[in-house]
Write a protein that binds this ligand. Structure first.
Ligand code: DGJ
Length: 736
């Protein structure tokens, strides 16, 4: 069993062939942390890593002469207030107003496998030999509350998952004011923090900053994980690159408010905290009630960022995504949003679909505007019945006509919202999230439905399920287009208002669960004004997500490059759109638009009927090319090669598992005169294999070690089809 407990030293050691994670029971009964990193022999004790010395201003947690100071001790799930002046992992308020806690070790369980933490999304196992778990029970004797910390180590991934559960057994109610999922104390502070931050249309740009004494944090208090920050951070050494050096990844399997923070203390240790944001969170527990935090997935790599990302890619596409579409090749789709916006009718839709079919596209997706009085974004949300003025034969009829053309049909929904100008709102004005006697801030003219209430979820479920039942629907794009304001539920008691934001997300998960259970073959794609809810929680329900509303190929290189830090390529919705681009007005070659979108769940988002004959031919070739290599693009091992955030140009590649096939791409940003030879080192190939490399129709032969160590030398004048900005190259690499 790859988890052992050593009674003599009171140490827990979790390990697999790549990593070790070591904890200890401290002399005061609390749980201390000792090590997380590259595998260390399980026979060794790591107790020597804790050095207790009396330091100035230390407060001791045991009577003197002990010098055990919690401020100076690495801990697993600390609280604030008893001598540790750093931010704690949780806070419990008693009825008497005290927030002091003291959770001491009681017992532990080690078992094969991993338990579900439903209704929360989480990574899972399919057989017990894939992972081992450790549950440590600690108890606070004053509040009579148990705290169960659960750790799972996967056999084949350098990954450990964690979450915490509070079980309240006392007569007096307690209030959880904070309940993070993870605390990890690292012994030094020589790290750079990487995070994925941005805004609408600029999601998941990679930001880096050196850790400094104090707190550095990213968060969302927007009700969903947000475009501004993604629930992911990494701590890397200064010298760590894509392919070498140490890095820790922390990824939060949750779609609502979050906080990810690193606190560097005066003695140069780093405390990582990750979990539900404690602001606007308050969870009362009566006797017998429990609260379970969502899961954090920690990954360790000593082979750079690519290895960390590859671990997340594999784990998330194999053991987080579920259902029919896990591991399955995703269809090439065409979405009508940028082609028509809400101005369409059945005829126009069928015309686009017919041309798409001729081009080899497999799925037609009808976006926003098909329901209620939805002719613009001021109205109709909440009224999930078809607008027969636009679509006389309904979704039922249209979906059948699309299937007759030979394509599958997909539908856009935004179930969590209502416009005030809707029948739903007029009937149930108290169903929106809004505070009594306060202004209800509109955003895109819409308001959030109170998904913390079961009756609201029930109602929306019935309406949506009815449309699906009556029609031939193979795909759903589930959109969500605003952030939460005036958080208050008209149905909750005053002391339960602090639960609303979390219960809202549980309501979203509940609706997903019901729809997935009833329609297991539908492919779900999540979306939130582009990529504002691109998080592991969503991936559990929807195996792909619309990456960004920004479809400009040049900007997309950055967005997809950043997204790939934590998310598998198969999950990244990526479409070829029209030029000038609708978001930034840029004109990029059609070839580059394809070359970027190939590295994702590929599709089109433009009116194919407005293209020239030559362009349409190129689209056909792109679709055929993507289909030929679809498995490699979606599930190959992905390597980032050139960082567009650093040099303007970008490069990446995918390699098949047996290393006999690979596709690499290079994207030029702005061109300059008299540019030097393009040098391009590849990754992940077999050093001893002989490869044929084809670029722009010309082939050359190389050995793997040549391609990886010396790299390619590309004559730009020869290989680039056109001169100019934003051109790109695709290298097809095959075992010779
Ligand atoms: C935002 C999405 O990101 C777009 O793709 C589109 O579906 C619109 N919403 C529709 O309102």
């Amino acid at each position: 069993m790859p988890i052992i407990y050593k009674e003599n030293t009171k140490e827990f050691h979790l390990f697999n062939s790549e990593i070790s994670y070591v904890m200890e029971i401290l002399e005061n009964g609390q749980l201390g942390g000792l090590y997380f990193g590259k595998k260390i022999s399980e026979d060794c004790s790591l107790k020597y890593l804790r050095v207790d010395v009396a330091r100035s201003h230390a407060a001791f947690c045991l009577p003197t002469p002990s010098v055990l100071s919690l401020q100076h001790t690495r801990q697993e799930y600390p609280s604030y207030g008893t001598g540790d002046f750093r931010y704690g992992a949780f806070s419990i308020k008693q009825e008497n107003g005290s927030s002091i806690s003291d959770f001491k070790y009681v017992s532990h369980k080690i078992y094969a496998g991993k338990k579900k933490i439903e209704p929360l999304p989480a990574t899972y196992v399919e057989s017990d030999n894939e992972a081992s778990s450790l549950e440590i029970t600690l108890s606070d004797s004053v509040t009579k509350t148990d705290l169960i910390l659960t750790y799972t180590i996967y056999e084949n991934y350098p990954a450990i998952t964690r979450h915490a559960r509070f079980e309240h057994k006392g007569d007096e109610k307690i209030t959880l004011e904070k309940a993070m999922s993870l605390c990890l104390d690292l012994p030094d502070a020589d790290y750079e923090m990487l995070h994925l931050s941005g805004a609408w249309g600029r999601e998941r740009h990679i930001k880096e900053r050196r850790l400094e004494q104090g707190v550095q944090a990213i968060h969302s208090m927007r009700g969903i994980s947000s475009a501004e920050h993604n629930p992911f951070i990494a701590l890397k050494r200064e010298e760590t690159t894509e392919n070498q050096g140490e890095v820790y990844g922390f990824s939060f399997v949750y779609s609502g408010n979050f906080l990810a923070q690193v606190e560097v203390c005066s003695n140069d240790t780093s405390r990582v905290l990750m979990g539900i944001h404690p602001d606007n969170f308050e969870w009362t527990l009566q006797k017998g009630e429990i609260f379970q935090t969502p899961e954090v997935v920690m990954v360790y790599s000593d082979n750079g960022l690519n290895k960390m990302s590859q671990t997340y890619h594999k784990l998330y596409s194999e053991r987080l995504a579920r259902g029919t579409w896990r591991g399955k090749e995703r269809p090439v789709l065409i979405n009508n949003w940028e082609a028509t916006y809400m101005d369409f009718n059945e005829e126009k839709i069928l015309e686009i679909a017919k041309t798409a079919k001729e081009a080899g596209i497999e799925l037609f997706v009808l976006d926003d505007g098909w329901f209620g009085t939805r002719d613009d974004d001021t109205q109709g949300l909440g009224d999930w019945f078809v607008n027969t003025k636009k679509l006389p034969s309904g979704i039922s009829g249209l979906s059948r006509k699309i299937e007759k053309i030979g394509m599958k049909f997909g539908l856009w929904i935004e179930p969590e919202m209502a416009n005030k100008n809707s029948d739903l709102y007029r009937k149930h004005p108290d169903w929106i999230i809004s505070a009594p006697d306060r202004f209800e801030s509109p955003s895109r003219f819409q308001h959030m439905l109170d998904f913390s209430r079961k009756e609201v979820v029930d109602y929306i479920h019935e309406m949506i399920a009815k449309v699906i039942r009556e029609s031939k629907i193979s795909y759903i794009k589930w959109d969500m287009n605003r952030y939460m304001t005036e958080c208050y539920s008209r149905a909750a008691r005053p002391d339960e208002q602090g639960k609303v934001m979390h219960k809202y997300i549980l309501g979203v998960y509940d609706l997903y669960t019901r729809l997935i259970n009833e329609f297991p073959d539908i492919l779900f794609e999540s979306c939130a004004s582009g990529g504002a809810r691109f998080d592991p929680g969503m991936l559990y329900f929807a195996p792909q997500a619309w990456c960004s509303d920004n479809t400009d190929a040049y900007e997309r290189v950055k967005i997809q490059y950043g997204t790939s830090l934590a998310y598998p390529i198969s999950s990244i919705g990526a479409h070829v759109s029209a030029v000038p681009n609708h978001q930034v007005g840029r004109i990029t070659p059609l070839s580059t638009r394809g070359n970027v979108a190939y590295f994702g769940a590929f599709g089109y988002e433009l009116d194919l009927n407005s293209l020239s004959k030559e362009e349409l031919e190129e689209v056909k070739e792109q679709v055929a090319y993507y289909k030929k290599y679809r498995r490699l693009f979606q599930y190959g091992t992905f390597y980032r090669i050139k960082n567009p955030f650093k040099c303007g140009d970008g490069a990446w590649m995918v390699v098949s598992e047996d290393k006999t096939q690979a596709i690499a791409a290079y994207y030029l940003g702005l061109n300059t005169a008299n540019k030097g030879t393009l040098r391009y080192k590849l990754e992940g190939l077999d050093p001893d294999m002989r490869y044929k490399v084809t670029v722009s129709g010309e082939s050359e032969f190389y050995r793997g070690d040549q391609l990886m160590n010396a790299g390619l030398a590309i004559n730009r004048n020869k290989y680039f089809k056109h001169m100019g900005d934003f051109v790109s190259l695709i290298f097809n690499i095959e075992k010779a």
